[in-house]
Design a protein around this ligand. Structure first.
Ligand code: SF4
Ligand code: SF4
Length: 93
C-alpha cells in the first residue's frame, strides 16, 4: 500500500480545486474514461502504485473545463464523481 495523501490542484483563479485522495484511489482509470475534458490521467507514483492525477496542462483551467458538467448534471452527479467507485475525487465548491 502506498502513502496516503490528498492532492489539491488550484486553477488559475486560485479558488477552484480538484482533490484526489490517493489513499482511496486504486488507479482504476474510470475517471479518465468518464471525463470528456481529459482532466485526469493515471500515473505510477513513487511507491509503484497507480494513482489518478489532474494533468499538468489542465490544472489552471479546471473551473472553465468543469462548468459545462456542472450545468449538465449538477454538482453532485458529475461524471467523474459517478465514475469513481472509491469516492476519491472532490471538487472544491
Ligand atoms: S466535472 Fe466534468 S470536466 Fe470536470 S473533472 Fe469531472 S468529469 Fe471532468
Ligand atoms: S475513478 Fe477514482 S479510483 Fe479510479 S483512478 Fe479515478 S480517482 Fe482513482
Amino acid at each position: 500500500m502506498g502513502y496516503i495523501a490528498n492532492y489539491g490542484y488550484a486553477d488559475g483563479s486560485g479558488t477552484w480545486y480538484v482533490i484526489i485522495d490517493s489513499g482511496k484511489c486504486d488507479g482504476c482509470g474510470k475517471c479518465v474514461e468518464a471525463c470528456k475534458e481529459n482532466v485526469f490521467e493515471v500515473i505510477t507514483d513513487d511507491y509503484d502504485d497507480l494513482v489518478a492525477i489532474v494533468k499538468q496542462e489542465k490544472r489552471k483551467s479546471v473551473k472553465y473545463l468543469c462548468n459545462p458538467c456542472i450545468s449538465a448534471t449538477g454538482k453532485e452527479n458529475l461524471p467523474c464523481y459517478l465514475a469513481c467507485e472509491k469516492g476519491a475525487i472532490k471538487h472544491s465548491w
